[in-house]
Design a binder for this molecule. Sequence first.
Ligand code: ASP
Length: 351
Amino acid sequence: MDFVGSHILSVDQFERGGIERVFAVADDMAPFARRERMTRVLAGAILSNMFFEPSTRTRVSFGCAFNLLGGDVREIAEVGASSIAKGESLHDTARVMSGYSDVIVMRHPEAGAVAEFAETSRVPVINGGDGANEHPSQALLDLYTIRTEIAARGGSIHGLRIALIGDLRYGRAVHSLLKLLALFDRIEVHLVSPPGLEAPAGITRRLAERGHEVNEHHSLEQGISHVDILYVTRTQEERFPTAAEANRYRGLFRLNQEIYTRHCEPNTVIMHPLPRDSRPAAQELDEDLNANPNLAIFRQTDNGVLVRMALFALILDVAHTVHETAAQVRWFTAKRTPARFRKEARGPDFG
Ligand code: ASP
């Protein structure tokens, strides 16, 4: 896959080689993300972050990733504050914004809207989530996390056993992750959802056609017993026609320490794309799991910066330079890092 100047709109663009390239560059980014080294390789470049739906992690981690490579970030966070509210088309907005930017990350509530925007953009566009469709960078960071966690337990992505739990119908992170997993070998997938929130048939068919084992469950306990990874998701209430309909599903599957101890194999990794819904009616991932060392949700968010740095470096064609400077340019070493920046000074990380 040729990344240079490319849009990243769907994980359908990826083959295994492209994924491995992203992961190799993400590995190179670790010293920069840890503030042990500094690079200004994207100095003078501008990222426009255009988020027309709520976001914390995706928007901020794309911004941090760009800053860590030396670039500047413009935030366009609310559709009400942009000319789209005055009736401007996505195509006009794309033409204008791409005149001000070197790369654009866009999140939009409608499936396909980011691809439509990209048609007129003169610079690369990364899909930061389009409706219930896809969330490619989330899936890449999830797979990077799976790779790391499973390697630490002596395994690999090939032969992985994974349970995806919750709203598999509207969860775009799930859709993209399942499509990526389909590219590997002998994956055993357990899809655990309430009736009505099953994963789209096209995605399960793709997995089956590629020879993976796909099991569908409507009971939490059945689906989580013999897997390496639990990938828990929240009910995507913003995609339901009414709040009342979303409420019917909220809180149906709740993972807590007691259920984990009773049903899961020891060392089963717990992931979630976040945010987890901590309201009493939901609690799909109970905070009593925070002390569980297999809870990887904050390792996932940390990995998001590495993977998003890698995407920028590849698309803007500086990955090779970063690789070389990683060995040469020192900013400050861990020893000289002020205590307030040091990881161990930040208190226990329950992720
Ligand atoms: N943050 C993820 C997304 O934007 C997952 C979620 O919102 O539940 O799709």
